[in-house]
Design a protein around this ligand. Structure first.
Ligand SMILES: [Zn+2]
Length: 461
């Protein structure tokens, strides 16, 4: 048959219906006839309408547009359920390069020394594991059984009081790791953790091979936890704990909020007679970045009595929220309404309100801000109240106008560098990093840069 051409050359329209007419150059052999019938069934299954204009369409999606999701769905239907391991590998919980690495790892396509020696890239006597120098470097050894890898995995399980038996290969390790997610930790954080360990082992191994740097196992563990803390903070920036808090006590990861809380569809409600309501909010670019705070004071008729909206420089989310509350209270104390009215201070940040109601719950570095607010509130009649985001929208807009909105990029981010020597307490240092794109969007890039800086500083210690 003719091997190429437009569809019109292989059929015709009769009675408004498309008929295929595909000529063959020679009579078909018996075994070819089966294939030919299959082929005709396939082309017949498509609906050719001569009235329609030609266009490209992705048939697995009702709107004709290609999406990765629709592809995965159709592949699942066509080839049966996907192997569980791939759902895990491509779970989107770590940076794409790390996912791609784990995918290659599961496929056994990592250039370990054994693989290199098979291809005669290195000698048969140069295959020892660069970390422990005791066994040959094969994938299960490097990532599962090497004393470095084993210490990291088991040390992590000790944090959660989990008994862990190491499987014989990386595939079983990933699958069993998912199955042993502790009840009180969100599964996404737990999987992210496995990716962070695998990637950190590989980075540490490369440092040993290419830079002749032999880090201790403590260093490897710290790196893996730091990486995990950054990833989780990048993915869930509204979490209660800062990166430094998570590194200091990894068990805090159980409090990482991994799914959006159900948003209550409540509107702002006016205060009762004799009360005024001060709604406050903060907006921060990323987890650390330029922040703005805003607040609005309204009476029982929703009349706006006053408002504020200002930038507060670079800080984290919780600091900005507490600064907004503090600012509102200070303004109200000095206002003409403070003698006559009770004020209800509302924020959509539940944690901040909890801390104000019981300051012993707050981490030490927020205490000053909280004490200042409590001191101001003691001079007036004041109640603290939590409100849904929906009910706090005006204050939220004011905060964004104050400089915390994404559009007003400042090109500056705060990062934390952790300096740690084995056996010594960690030293945390906050540094400012300048963002090249100036809109605050290259956060992940900066995180990696920060990682390198952490390593470099570590060596200087
Ligand atoms: Zn080893």
């Amino acid at each position: 048959m003719k091997k190429s051409g437009v569809i019109a050359e292989f059929g015709y329209v009769r009675d408004n219906e498309w008929k295929w007419d595909i000529a063959t150059r020679r009579p078909l052999l018996d075994w070819e006839r089966v294939m030919w019938n299959d082929f005709l069934r396939l082309v017949d299954s498509s609906n050719i309408n001569p009235e329609m204009v030609d266009s490209l369409a992705w048939t697995s999606n009702s709107n004709g547009l290609f999406t990765i999701k629709s592809f995965c769905k159709s592949a699942k239907v066509e080839y049966g359920p996907l192997d569980k391991i791939w759902e895990l590998v491509w779970s989107g919980l770590s940076p794409p390069n790390v996912e791609a690495f784990v995918w290659r790892l599961v496929h056994g396509r990592i250039p370990t020394k054994i693989e290199l020696s098979k291809r005669e890239a290195i000698g048969a006597n140069e295959v020892e594991c660069p970390l422990c120098k005791e066994n040959a470097e094969i994938v299960p050894h490097l990532f599962c059984h090497c004393k470095y890898a084993w210490t990291v995995w088991s040390k992590w399980c000790n944090v959660w009081n989990i008994h862990f038996t190491m499987p014989s290969n990386i595939r079983d390790l990933l699958l069993s790791w998912k199955d042993m997610t502790p009840k009180f930790v969100n599964g996404q954080v737990w999987i992210m953790c496995a990716f962070s360990f695998i990637w950190s082992i590989w980075k540490c191994r490369n440092d040993a091979v290419f830079n002749a740097r032999n880090h201790g196992v403590e260093y490897l563990f710290d790196q893996a936890v730091l990486r995990l803390a950054w990833w989780s903070k990048t993915r869930w920036p509204d979490g209660r704990w800062a990166v430094t808090d998570i590194v200091a006590d990894p068990s805090r990861l159980k409090e990482v909020q991994t799914s959006p809380t159900t948003m209550q569809q409540t509107r702002w409600t006016a205060p009762g007679r004799g009360s005024l309501k001060f709604n406050t909010d903060a907006a921060v670019q990323g987890s650390y970045g330029m922040a703005g705070v805003g607040g609005v004071l309204r009476d029982e008729n929703a009349k706006i009595l006053m408002y504020f909206s200002k930038g507060v420089g670079v800080c984290d989310v919780m600091t900005a929220v507490l600064v907004a509350i503090n600012k509102a209270l200070t303004i109200f104390v000095d206002s003409k309404w403070s003698k006559e009215y009770e004020v209800i201070l509302e924020s959509d940040n539940k944690i901040a309100i909890e801390w104000l109601l019981d300051h012993s719950l707050s981490p030490a570095h927020f205490r000053n801000l909280i004490y200042n607010s409590l001191e101001a509130s003691s001079r007036i009649r004041c109640r603290f109240s939590h409100v849904s985001r929906e009910g706090n929208s005006l204050a939220d807009n004011l905060a964004k106008r104050g400089g915390g909105g994404k559009s007003q990029g400042a090109g500056i981010l705060r990062a934390t560098v952790i300096l740690k020597c084995p056996g010594q307490p960690a030293i945390f240092k906050r540094i400012l990093v300048f963002c090249a794109c100036k809109d605050g969007n290259c956060r992940i890039f900066l995180l990696y840069r920060t990682m390198q800086l952490h390593c470099a500083l570590f060596f200087l210690q």
